[in-house]
Design a protein around this ligand. Sequence first.
Ligand code: NIG
Ligand code: FE
Length: 411
Amino acid sequence: MSLTGGGRRLLIRGLAQLATSRGTDAPLRGPALGDVEVVKDAYVLCREGLVEAVGRMRDLRPLDGEVEELDADGLCAVPGLVDCHTHACFAGDRVDEFALRAGGATYEQLHAAGGGIMATVTATRAAGEETLAAAVREHRAWMLRAGTTTFESKSGYGLDRDTELASLRAIIEAGGVPTWLGAHAVPPEFGDADAYLDFMLAEVLPGAAELAEAADVFLERGAFDAAQSRRYLEACSAAGLALRLHGDQFTEQGAVPLAIELGARSVDHLEATGDDGVRALAASAVVAVVLPASALFLGRPMPPARALVDAGAAVALATDFNPGSAFCESLPLVCSLAATQLRLSPAEALTACTVNAAHVLGRADRVGRLAPGYAADVVLLAAPDWRYLAYHLGGHVVAAVVVAGTPAALP
Ligand code: NIG
Ligand code: FE
């Protein structure tokens, strides 16, 4: 490969280690999930926003032409992290509810009493499009500070036509991958879930399908049942959207078989998934997205991630960043939880929030690997070993982030 020629270039030199998943497929599962290639004393050469080459410093030949250099002496590099499940488009907060939960109220009780998701819906509807767009930009900056260079965000705090579409526009404007979560909760102006879905599918889906890449539904007791979820997802699929599900968060209500039958990209949460669900997912192409920060934040059981991996399922990790069940934008913290609570190795965690998360977003050919032709999105870790990504619990492990070959200004 020629390392000469035109184009804006950045050389990240002197890395103590560079770590990237070795397998070239996506999603990765079984032993390939934990197969991470580690290059010591490494460099990354970026050109025009893409990785041009990676290798050992001793093999780096002199570069012709103008090359900006970033001396990463003693730092480690991993691919820009991919957060494939967030609810970053919201106004206000739920800190009062958080304090009530600390005093014993449960998330489900608050939801049933009209708080929870509906409290954020009220604040988000009142915010106006510009305030909402500013909120997503602020949340995106927090994520970038934590090493996330590609993020998905759902709508789902509008639950009316104007606010749902404004939410999707705000997510796109902030650089996010937009998912239409039109079926998140039933707002009080509708008598029941079916009447609400009639409205959403007739009045909002046509506009949402032009903006979003995927659709998502909260299949749960007190939200949408399996028949309602099927109706919503089938209509969204017919409109060209990829499918995602919030499933088995509190109770098993048929989300896993429905996700498999409809060929969904993922089913997310899975804290309540039993052995049959684990086996079914392992035999399917649906990615199991586990969200340990959400389980931790709500004091719920952790999802059976180890069993899923051992059974051969494709597993991804995400934050579930939102104001109610996971006010946490940090994938490094999620990797720490994966290692300490889910019994995934640091290598499995890395693949789960890079290659496999990119697959969930339909971008595994572009992001999630430090390899030629991929986006030059690089996280530089302030650590002598890349596994500090998971090891340094809550630490300031991200020293710098490069986005599309350009060092980012971090907030
Ligand atoms: O993934 N469970 C449904 N939705 C979100 C929480 C949303 C909220 O509490 O505001 C979740 O946990
Ligand atoms: Fe969620």
